[in-house]
Design a protein around this ligand. Structure first.
Ligand code: SF4
Ligand code: SF4
Length: 82
């Protein structure tokens, strides 16, 4: 199951959202960029929106170009055929 995204290292590329087959990760606009240099309010960053839907396929971890997504090998849901 997905554990976390090191958001301070994220480039906002959106790959994790695109490759997730269970729609767990959503790119959402940030209100306050705070400690995230290079980002402005309204820029999109990934949010683990529906962790309980994760099927532990590791796609987000494998395809993140920055290698900042951590998926723990414990499986909470069986892989589904879609
Ligand atoms: S491990 Fe698979 S199902 Fe879980 S968040 Fe990543 S891409 Fe989505
Ligand atoms: S794939 Fe990695 S760098 Fe790209 S938005 Fe997702 S967490 Fe950030």
């Amino acid at each position: 199951m997905i554990e976390k995204i090191e958001i301070e290292k994220c480039t906002g590329c959106g790959v994790c959202d695109i490759v997730c087959p269970a729609d767990v990760i959503h790119m959402e606009p940030i209100d306050d960029p705070g400690d995230l240099p290079g980002f402005a309010a309204g820029d999109l960053l990934p949010v683990i929106r529906f962790r309980e839907h994760c099927i532990t396929c590791f796609s987000c971890e494998i395809f993140c170009p920055e290698q900042i997504v951590d998926v723990h090998p414990s499986v909470k849901n069986r892989p589904r055929p879609w």
